[in-house]
Design a protein around this ligand. Structure first.
Ligand SMILES: NC(=O)c1ccc[n+]([C@@H]2O[C@H](COP(=O)([O-])OP(=O)(O)OC[C@H]3O[C@@H](n4cnc5c(N)ncnc54)[C@H](O)[C@@H]3O)[C@@H](O)[C@H]2O)c1
Length: 312
């Protein structure tokens, strides 16, 4: 297939491109913004062999149209987004522009250029503070608690409309706290590993009883590959590990894999942060044969050795 991956220079995108390019022609769009060090994204690109890379912003519909004129895509995997919960509180307008307008631009071009398939990287953040666990795809997600979550949910809704009106086969994948090699430097797995290795203080938000369903990147890639191989008219599917870990246990695991003791400064919970994430993955098992196999300790071990070889 000819596949367009937006956000392909980023963390998850670069792993997905790497996995797909053996069997498919992959084109990447990424604006290489400075939300975190753009050099990391350039390094990711250098590892890949995309058929073509375009440094283009998904909010720029004119530039996007030129790309669609030059390529006949069979599938769009849309991952380009502003992805941090906390920074979304400061720049909700930017998040709305990139996450909703950017998605709408791609949905419109899919319709105009007969791209019949769309896969969207959504997030567990859409579940907000849902208390019914594990989170199932069929619960109401109408109370997002951060602009990030609200804009990703809005994008999901726009893609449903696009499917309804234009029959575009659409799979929405809700990722749960993804970590691993080339991981995002603003996320806890990276931040805590870095600080603990360097014997610097880490900031713990809350009492440590919040929990996250940390999911190792290779497991996510398996799920995305299965979604590429199995089109559906329209589905929302969780990709998580189905094993929430408290922040305290998470820190203890980072201490174990680095062999160092964390210096912890505890502060209050951050507005916008959910108390827990916990994926029900029955649907992913049934539709995608999804089976995450990497324990947190195993995944963090791989991440910590990658970090020591590539970032120190
Ligand atoms: N990492 C996670 O735990 C996680 C969890 C749930 C959902 N997601 C979603 O997965 C996707 C990828 O996230 P990631 O963690 O790899 O983040 P990332 O920031 O590493 O990757 C996103 C990429 O998109 C690019 N991008 C951002 N705005 C753009 C724009 N306007 N035009 C073109 N490119 C743009 C960035 O430069 C970056 O390379 C995002 O849609 C995110 O919302 C990630």
């Amino acid at each position: 297939m000819n596949i367009l991956v937006t956000g392909g220079a980023g963390f998850i995108g670069s792993h997905i491109v790497e996995a797909l390019q053996a069997d498919h022609n992959v084109v990447i769009i990424d604006n290489i913004n400075d939300y975190y060090n753009p050099e990391f994204k350039k390094e990711n690109l250098a590892l890949l062999r995309p058929e073509k890379f375009y440094q283009v912003d998904v909010t720029d519909s004119t530039a996007l149209t030129e790309i669609f004129k030059d390529h006949k895509f069979d599938l769009i995997i849309h991952l380009a987004a502003r992805a941090g919960v906390r920074s979304s509180l400061l720049e909700p307008d930017l998040y709305a522009k990139v996450n909703l307008l950017g998605t709408t631009n791609l949905a419109k071009l899919a319709m105009e250029y007969n791209v019949n398939r769309f896969i969207f990287g959504s997030t567990s953040a859409v579940y907000g503070d849902t208390t019914t666990v594990p989170f199932s795809e069929d619960v109401n997600v109408n109370e997002p608690i951060s602009p990030y979550a609200a804009t990703k949910r809005a994008a999901e809704l726009m893609l449903y409309t696009n499917h309804h009106l234009h029959n575009i086969q659409t799979t929405i994948l809700r990722f749960f706290t993804v970590y691993g090699e080339r991981g995002r430097p603003d996320m806890a797995p990276y931040l805590f590993t870095e600080k603990i290795l360097k014997e610097k203080e880490i900031i713990k938000f809350g009492d440590g009883n919040t929990s996250r369903d940390y999911t190792y990147i290779a497991d996510i890639v398996q799920g995305v590959k299965a979604a590429v191989e199995n089109p559906f008219p329209y589905e929302i599917i969780n990709l998580g590990n189905n094993e929430p870990i408290s922040l305290n246990d998470f820190i203890a695991t980072v201490e174990k894999v680095t062999g160092k003791t964390a210096i912890i400064k505890q502060v209050g919970m951050q507005p916008g942060d959910v108390h827990q994430t916990y994926a029900n993955i029955d649907k992913a098992k049934k539709l995608l044969n999804f089976k995450p196999t990497t324990s947190l300790e195993e995944g963090l071990n791989k991440f910590a050795s990658w970090y020591q070889n590539n970032r120190i």
